[in-house]
Design a protein around this ligand. Structure first.
Ligand code: NAP
Length: 271
């Protein structure tokens, strides 16, 4: 298949070029890309796309071994060194400590780290644990880092892309509420950074299989049920979300900012 000539928009191209569209490779040379939660799932797929495009990628997460093995595998796969940085992004002390290990110039910041708080049950203490947990896991992990490195974003080329969720648009309790908070924050950020030519956008995925997010909750029956809620008859893959992120990071997307790009197979219609 490699090297086969195919038609793309009426122009001849090799198959390799067809799967690696022009916006993958930045015209001004390699970009410096930071992907939070880049050791697993969606974040790892995002990191892989940028590494494949020849960019310099840093992945951030809490588990040293997970990050180290993801970085080693991505480096081997793409021939471009992917650097792991260990940090609990919900902890301001930890964020402050790692600032010196993050690039001084950042072209693309992908706020992908996040998870769902497991605390359950009634009563104010359980409610507090659930809401505070989701806020820390999803809001602080994006906001603490972004606000700390915003001056490092490259003027006229910088991109901030934050991964939220379908839950932010149609409920989802404390998890959905925490992701929805990022939508309001992103709009302010886009207004603040827009004059410098830095865009700030959201990708809001529906169900994505093949990640650690659901643990054992996403069994075959649940997958089938969720696939049935989409218009395309399947749940998402990490690569689907990575493709949306790559588009928003591209030079061609410079006129798109403050936007929410839904990536959910039509499960919720755009608005
Ligand atoms: N899978 C889905 O169906 C789905 C749908 C909608 C939205 N999302 C969102 O997509 C994003 C990626 O999720 P995923 O599905 O790929 O799940 P995942 O495999 O669990 O990925 C989450 C990543 O975030 C990192 N992380 C979590 N908390 C962190 C913290 N405090 N500091 C640093 N890193 C942290 C985790 O690494 P460590 O544990 O090592 O820190 C992990 O690599 C999340 O924001 C999630 O809310 C997922």
């Amino acid at each position: 298949m490699a090297g086969a000539v195919v038609e793309v928009d009426g122009e001849s191209s090799t198959a390799a070029e067809a799967v690696s569209p022009s916006h993958d490779r930045a015209p001004d040379g390699p970009r410096t890309v930071v992907v939070t939660g880049g050791g697993t799932g969606i974040g790892r797929a995002i990191a892989g796309r940028f590494a494949a495009a020849g960019d310099d990628v840093v992945i951030v997460g809490r588990r040293r071994e997970v990050l180290a093995s993801a970085a080693a595998e991505l480096t081997a796969a793409h021939g471009r060194a992917v650097a792991p940085v260990v940090c609990d992004l919900a902890d301001p002390d930890d964020v402050e400590t790692v600032l010196g290990r993050l690039p001084h110039r950042i072209d693309v910041l992908v706020n992908n780290a996040g998870s769902r708080e497991a605390a359950a049950g009634p009563g104010p203490h359980a409610v507090l644990a659930r809401w505070r947990g989701d806020f820390e896991r999803n809001v602080l992990t994006a906001v603490l880092l972004t606000e700390s490195v915003r001056d490092r974003l490259t003027p006229e080329r910088g991109r901030v892309i934050t991964v939220t969720s379908l839950a932010a648009l149609r409920g989802g309790g404390s998890y959905g509420a925490s992701k929805a908070a990022l939508h309001a924050w992103n709009h302010s950020l886009a207004a603040q950074l827009g004059p410098q030519g830095v865009t700030c956008n959201i990708v809001a995925p529906g169900t994505v299989a093949g990640t650690e997010f659901f643990g054992s909750r996403l069994n075959e029956a649940e997958l089938t049920r969720r696939a049935g809620r989409t218009l395309v008859g399947r749940v998402g893959r990490p690569a689907d979300v990575a493709a949306a992120v790559v588009f928003l990071a591209s030079p061609e997307a410079g006129f798109v900012t403050g936007e929410i790009l839904q990536c959910n197979g039509g499960e919720l219609l755009g608005r």
